[in-house]
Write a protein that binds this ligand. Structure first.
Ligand code: C2E
Ligand code: CA
Ligand code: CA
Length: 560
């Protein structure tokens, strides 16, 4: 039988299977592989997504070699022949694949053997699910999600008509969270979302971004429209919302960008609005900051700097290096470990601390590369210390951009293997934005890494709306208390009560604790009564380069 006739003869069965599965999910693409002849038939959606022209493919390996990331190809070539033999059909296989956009996404493959009883043919059915596609609706508030925000922004840019992007953040939200707990603050977010929805019309849309941040796309909107809209928003929230019979007044910080030029991607525009929001919060007491004004005036240097830092990441993290700050045993003050902290240095800018770029980088996909660069560098530079300090534990910050990527798991294991760093001496600190990830995803990833012996810590505990939720749900090994609890603690009864109860909670749940921001000897002595496990702060040392850290360990108390 010729090829065409063969397929024609089997076409109706293949079509029926493909159609059935095509209805299952939006982000799943399918192909069927004829087992005797190795020929494949791709669903219409798969053809469109991957840019496949032919109806059936004589050698599917050839096509897959073009689509699968070169680093993942071995996995496919090793696994697929097993599936064809009916082995490991239930095991998930994950590889990165390239669509017509040229961008790689992580796909998980699910396989099954199906039979066409009429023609007595057997096929391997392969469902390829795109894991990178994020939910379009925010589960807590029912507003459109961050992913939808990016997608809509992309569409808006394509229209080439002026519009504005506004971002707001509820102020002092962290305090509310500490005082009233997450159930209550979740209610606030829901109620706020409702109020915001009431304010929308056909030219405006609201989105829930991370934590207490909301985004707006304001179509056909110039400077005046933006100013009016922002003022109305501010007034509305200042009047307050009702939650559990309490009237809560809300203050906001706000950042925006007016878009009149359309060459750029959504990510670039949203990080500019985020940058303006950051400035509103840190330097302008919450007043609306419009990015366009900042660029033209005082902060043009910063902007240029951001661009250069961004390019550095893309160019293999050129200019980045890692400093180490000791973490000491609270009782003895002896070095027990260190936290790796990234720095960037280039003339004429000098050394730039992460506070200047991390929050902004977190909105950029390049954070994945940068985070992994820090991990690799830190493990390579400190592995030798274990000979001097056998109990040494290295803490490395991990961002949401890393945790949310499926391939991060393999990357961490690869780095451990390459550097020879023992997994049990690595502790990964989950930083702020990780808390906006779905709890079950965090739990799954935390458990995966713990399964490989890696310790997991919650960084800046108590500052974000979700940190206590995470610690209850995902079994963390360590809690790091944010410096804001420690600053001024000796005169602040509330802070004393907070630190006491958090440390007690951690101790009774089998978690260790680290108090950050220990700046003086008096503070150290005062804090000892809380029985936290570790201290970290300028009193012991500022973050220093690896060479100096070695000296500190050799000369200091660590070597004894
Ligand atoms: P963090 O993880 O909470 O790190 C502690 C920060 O507090 C560091 O600032 C450190 O220099 C500073 N610090 C330590 N002891 C004291 C003290 O006694 N007093 C005061 N006032 N400050 C102290 P740094 O290095 O500027 O880092 C800022 C933040 O940037 C970090 O906060 C972390 O969230 C982020 N970051 C740094 N490196 C990385 C990284 O490699 N990846 C990711 N995702 N984030 C990083
Ligand atoms: Ca940290
Ligand atoms: Ca911290």
């Amino acid at each position: 039988m010729g090829e065409t006739e063969f397929w024609q003869d089997n076409a109706s069965y293949i079509d029926s299977v493909l159609n059935k599965f095509n209805m299952l999910a939006d982000d799943t693409y399918i192909y069927m592989l004829h087992l005797d002849q190795n020929r494949a038939w791709f669903s219409e959606t798969a053809k469109a997504y991957f840019g496949i022209q032919d109806t059936y493919i004589p050698d599917h390996y050839e096509i897959m070699r073009d689509l699968i990331h070169p680093d993942d190809l071995w996995e496919y070539e090793e696994e697929l022949p097993k599936r064809i033999r009916g082995i490991d059909l239930d095991r998930e296989l994950c590889v990165r694949m390239k669509g017509t956009s040229g961008e790689y996404h992580m796909f998980s493959f699910h396989t099954d053997i199906v039979r066409d009883e009429k023609n007595a043919e057997t096929y391997l059915l392969v469902l390829m699910h795109n894991e990178n596609v994020l939910p379009r609706i925010d589960a807590l508030t029912d507003l459109y999600s961050h992913a939808r925000f990016t997608a809509d922004l992309e569409i808006e840019i394509g229209k080439k008509e002026p519009f504005a992007v506004l971002m707001i953040k509820l102020e002092r939200f962290n305090n509310l969270n500490i005082i009233y707990g997450t159930d209550f603050t979740n209610q606030i977010l829901k109620e706020t979302a409702l109020q915001l929805i009431y304010m929308m019309d056909e030219n405006s849309a609201v989105y829930r971004l991370d934590g207490p941040k909301f985004g707006f796309i304001l179509r056909k909107c110039g400077r005046e429209g933006l100013l009016n809209f922002e003022q109305a928003l501010r007034d509305k929230l200042a009047k307050g919302i009702q939650v559990n019979n309490r009237q809560i007044t809300l203050k906001i910080c706000a950042g925006a960008i007016l878009i009149e030029q359309y060459d750029g991607k959504a990510d670039a525009f949203s990080s500019k609005a985020a940058y303006a929001l950051g400035h509103s919060e840190t330097e302008h007491q919450g007043k609306l900051i419009i990015f366009n004004d900042e660029v033209c005036t005082s902060n043009s240097v910063n902007l240029e700097l951001m661009k250069i830092i961004h390019q550095s990441v893309r160019g293999g993290c050129d200019g980045f290096y890692v400093e180490y700050q000791p973490i000491v045993a609270s009782g003895t003050g002896r070095i027990a470990g260190a936290e790796a902290l990234v720095r960037w240095r280039r003339e004429p800018y000098g050394t730039v601390p992460p506070g200047m770029f991390i929050e902004w980088m977190e909105t950029d996909p390049g954070m994945y590369e940068l985070g992994n660069y820090v991990l690799k560098t830190a493990l390579r530079e400190t592995v030798g210390l274990l000979a001097l300090l056998p109990e040494f534990v290295l803490n490395v910050n991990v961002s949401a951009r890393q945790m949310e990527r499926e391939e991060f798991r393999a990357e961490v294991l690869r780095i451990l293997e390459q550097t020879g760093f023992p997994a049990g001496h690595l502790c990964m600190e989950l930083t702020e934005r990780c808390r906006d990830m779905p709890l079950d995803v965090i739990k799954r990833e935390v458990e995966f890494f713990q399964g490989h012996g890696i310790r997991m810590a919650m960084d800046d505990y108590g500052t974000g709306s979700a940190s206590s939720g995470i610690v209850l749900y995902a079994p963390m090994d360590e809690i790091k208390l944010d410096m804001s609890f420690i600053r001024g603690i000796t005169e602040d009864a509330k802070k004393q009560a907070m630190v006491k109860s958090i440390v007690e909670f951690a101790n009774s749940s089998g978690m260790s604790t680290c108090l950050e921001g220990v700046e003086t000897e008096e503070l150290q002595n005062y804090l000892r009564k809380y029985q936290a496990t570790w201290f970290q702060g300028y009193y012991y040392s500022r973050p220093i380069e690896i060479r100096k850290f070695w000296e500190l360990v050799q000369n200091g108390n660590g070597a004894q």
